[in-house]
Design a protein around this ligand. Sequence first.
Ligand SMILES: [Zn+2]
Length: 177
Amino acid sequence: MSLGWSRRAPVDTLVSTETALEFAIPLAELPRVAHELIAKDGDAKGHVRFSRQLGQAVADLQVKAQPEVVCQRCMQTMRWPVDVTSRIALVVDFDAADRVPEGLEVFLVEGDSVSVRDLVDEEVMLALPAVARHEEGSECAGRELRLPGQEAEAPEEAAAAQVQKPFAQLGELLKRK
Ligand SMILES: [Zn+2]
């Protein structure tokens, strides 16, 4: 079947026909990602293939993007390389989400249909940093110590923020109910 990245299609159809698609989606067209970015130029590029694995509807997704984020240390913009390969379980409810084998990501499908845009939006969101910073050893890394009145973020806090991210989508859905 033919499928554009913006079109929602029934998960059953996508997996039974093993639909595969190459895409280049403008970051501005990814609703949650665009909301996080100041500059919305550039594309998320990659490919996706739907199939059924051990009875579970999955999407194998590879996506690359170079969104512009703001370094929270020097407040300058920087490109944040996103290069994600993931196997995503497409589930229709929380019970099904509990049964997803380890190693797979979980995407909660609303109304039995999904678009490639939905999946890419979620994956790029997960790949965006909780706190963006230039690499250690870069010019701005030395600045941190000299900034008066500003505490460096504890590494544990940054790690905790990262851990919560995979559940961001479920959390949002719960809030809506
Ligand atoms: Zn910086």
